[in-house]
Structures are given as C-alpha cells and as structure tokens.
Design a protein around this ligand. Structure first.
Ligand code: SAJ
Length: 421
C-alpha cells in the first residue's frame, strides 16, 4: 500500500498544491505539465499561480528534493490527473485534456499502479479514462475488464477546495473517493491519508463524479435564487440585502448573496456537465445558469439608465465628460483571479461603449489586463471615489467594506454587492 513516488499530471490551481502536499509529507513527487514556463518556475522553487501560503510549501518541497517538475511523464506508484475540463461553445464538456493526460501516462504505467482522476468531470468519464488507458496498454488489465484483480487501479476523487483557501482546505476537507472497485478505493484512501486530516468517504466512481457536479450546481442554483430576488426587489423598490438578512433569521432559511453574476472556472462551468448528460431533466440547473449568466447584462442596463439620468440632471455635460468608476474586477472578493469574472466582463463592456473615462479600482492587481482599452486607468480607492460620476461596485473586497465613502454630490451609485448602499 505504500507510495514512494507519486506523479501529478497538471500543475495548476489544484495539481500544484496537491503535489506540494505529498512532497511536504516527504513523498517523492514528479509534477508533469505541458507548460515549460510552469515547469521551469516550479523547478526554481517558485509558483506561477497566486494562492496564499503555497509559495512557501513549494519552495521547501523543491529545495528539499521532494518535488520535481517535468514536461514528460515518468514511472511512479500513483498518478493523479488534475487537468482542466472546460466546455466547448455549445456547453458540451471538453475531455481532450484528460484524454491527452491518459495517453501521456500510458507508456510509463506499470502493474500495481493507481490512477486517480481529480478533474471535475461529467458522469462516466472515469470509465472512459479506463477505456483509453486499456486501449493504449493492452498488455495490462484494468478494473472495467476484470474488476478487483486488475493490474491497474482507477478511482475518481474530486477536489473541493476553495480558491484562496486551498492550502487549508486541501488538508481539512472531507474527500469523496470513488474507486472503480473496492481495492481502487482502499488504495486511494491510503494515498490521500498521507496528508489528509478530513475523512475519506467511499462511493463508486459515477456517484463521486456526480457529487462534485452536484456541490457546485447546488451553489449555482442558490446564487441564482439570490440574483433573481435582487432583480425582483429592484422592481418592487425593496432593499434585497435587508430582505435576505431578515429571511435568513428563519431557522431553516439560508439564502446566499446576489452579485453581478457568477464567475470563476468551476461554478459557472460544472452545472453544464449535468445539463449536457441529461438535457431534458436538468431544467432548474440550466435555468439557474441562464439567470446567473444574464446578471451582467442587467447590471449594464442599470449603468446605461444611471448615465442617462446623470446627463439629464447635468445638461452642460456630454457622455464623454462622465467618469464611470468600477470597484473590483476579480471574480470574487480578496483574490487577484480575473478568470470568468462577471465584474471584468461588465467593466470591459462599459469601457468599449462609454466615450468617457473608466476609473478602475482593484486592490489585488498592479496592472490592468490589456483587453481593457486606453480609456481605462487603475486608480486608488480614494482617487476613484472622489472623481466618480457613476460608481459601480462589482466586488465586495475587504478594502471596500472597511470604510464608508462619500461619493461626490450628484454622482450615481450601482452597488451590486450591497456594501455602500
Ligand atoms: N457568489 C455569489 N454569491 C454568493 C457566493 C458566491 O454571487 O453568495 C459568486 C462569487 O462572487 C463568484 C462565484 O459565485 O463569482 C463563485 O465563487 P465561490 O466562492 O462560490 O466558489 P469558487 O468558484 O471559488 O469555488 C467553488 C467551491 N464550491 C462550492 O463552494 C460548492 C469550491 O469548494 C470548489 O472546490 C470549487 O468551486 C471548484 O474547484 O469546483
């Protein structure tokens, strides 16, 4: 059952911290990534992603010789696959990264190896993985062929860590272990228990795949409810934040918070994997995706309406004179991650249509993405507050919540996070 060498395929937001965790328990780890930049950065003891505390752990793991990165897979006792599973234009899952990872490890697989898929995946992907591996290595036997006695063990064990708290949650969260056989599950538990303090809960691979999708779809549906409430309340002239706080005093009600939409690379993507397998049945899940994806457009319409109102009240001005300040462009508070960010999407849209200046406040970054045009500038909080004709709060960063701000007289506020109401 012991694992002397573990290989992690995909050194991104999940793979790298996981590799570092094994290495911190003095297990030799070979990290594999297609990006030479990522591999070189890690081999220097540095990290190419932003995640609190990860830099120290990687630095120690590399300098003590327990973590090494490479672009070509090598033999190991266990392989963990943590590559992206995006969706294609039609919301169908793109499994090509998993397939490529499988084909890349197939030549170095040896009898007795354990292969774990961690990437968020539609139901049935672990079975596909077993099929791809068995086609590439007909000399080895696999669980879908002969069950418990297979040469290679395969399991699906989803990651469930929260970006920004990965190092803590990787160790503390319970882990769902979906082995293709009970031997596959037992070996996976033994591997994770080398660093895990949380519990390992065993199920089958299909249920484990669906569990991961269900967790994120559940959060998406709950946020869609909050977002729908915010639109209803706006029409009925009710403060949605007060309303939710009141309703949440009920012992069995726990409504989440509305916002400018749902971002990130998980919650806005994973529910589509349920919809793609069962399009007729997954009605609420699909509608929730549409409600959350529609929220940025609703915010943009609010900005347009406030702009028109401001121009009516200030007839000496043209639209080019109006400064719009956007507070926050990351996908959620207190991180620098701009991927799939509704706040960035809204800001870009404003910047591409508004003839005046766009003042952007994002305390977690030093330079604006190039995709934002020349009319955008990165400002300090104070500077943007003092100049804004229209202030659009898009992210509830700590810095924004800590102070009460006086916007200039006559300026308009659109607060999608309810912090400056
Ligand atoms: N959001 C709201 N209102 C809320 C909570 C969140 O609008 O009340 C928005 C956020 O602003 C953000 C988006 O939802 O745009 C997603 O943020 P998040 O903090 O809910 O989740 P992620 O994407 O950072 O991480 C999620 C987590 N899943 C769950 O909480 C069920 C995490 O545990 C998963 O590991 C991760 O997805 C993943 O990798 O799948």
């Amino acid at each position: 059952m012991s694992f002397n060498k573990v290989s992690v395929i995909g050194l991104g937001y999940i793979g790298l911290p996981t590799a570092a965790m094994f290495a911190s328990r003095k297990i030799g780890v070979i990290g594999v990534d297609v990006s030479e930049f990522a591999v070189n950065t890690i081999n220097r003891g540095q990290i190419h992603i932003v995640e609190p505390d990860l830099d120290m752990i990687v630095k120690a793991a590399v300098s003590e010789g327990f973590l090494r990165a490479t672009t070509t897979p090598e033999a190991a006792d266990a392989f963990l696959i943590a590559v992206p599973t995006p969706f294609k234009d039609n919301h169908q899952p793109d499994l090509s990264y998993i397939q490529k990872a499988a084909l890349s490890i197939a030549p170095v697989l040896e009898k007795g190896n354990l292969v774990i898929l961690e990437s968020t995946s539609p139901v049935g992907t672990t079975e596909k993985l077993a099929q791809w591996l068995s086609e590439a290595r007909p000399d080895l036997s696999f669980p879908h062929q002969i069950g418990e006695d297979a040469d290679i063990n395969i399991a699906y064990c989803p990651e469930r860590v929260l970006p920004g708290k990965v190092v803590k949650e990787l160790v503390e969260n319970d882990r769902v272990i979906g082995g293709m056989t009970s031997v596959c599950s037992e070996r996976s538990v033994a591997l994770y228990k080398t660093f895990l303090m949380g519990e390992c809960v065993i199920t089958n691979a299909r249920t484990a795949e669906m569990a991961k999708l269900t967790e994120n779809a559940s959060r998406d549906v709950s946020i869609a409810f909050a977002n729908e409430l915010s639109i209803i309340c706006d029409k009925l002239n009710i403060d949605v934040w007060e309303l939710i706080a009141l309703a949440n005093r009920h012992p069995r009600v726990n409504i989440l918070q509305p916002g400018p939409g749902v971002g990130g690379h998980c919650i806005a993507v994973d529910p589509w994997f349920i919809v793609s397998s069962t399009p007729e049945e997954a009605k609420l899940i699909a509608l929730s995706r549409e409600i959350n994806d529609g929220k940025p457009q609703w915010v943009l319409e609010k900005v347009q309406a406030k702009l028109a109102q401001h121009l009516m009240e200030n007839p000496e001005k043209t639209a080019g004179d109006v400064k719009i300040a956007c507070f926050g462009i990351s996908f959620k508070p207190d991180i620098d991650d701009l991927r799939e960010s509704p706040a960035l999407q809204i800001t870009k849209e404003i910047a591409s249509t508004h003839p005046g200046k766009i003042l952007i406040v994002e305390p977690n970054i030093n330079t604006l993405p190039e995709s934002l045009g020349d009319n955008c500038s990165l400002e300090t909080l104070q500077s943007a507050v003092s100049q804004a004709d229209i202030a659009v709060v898009l992210v509830d960063h700590r810095e924004f919540k800590e102070h009460a701000f006086e916007l200039p007289e006559n300026s308009k506020l659109i607060d999608t996070k309810g912090i400056w109401k």
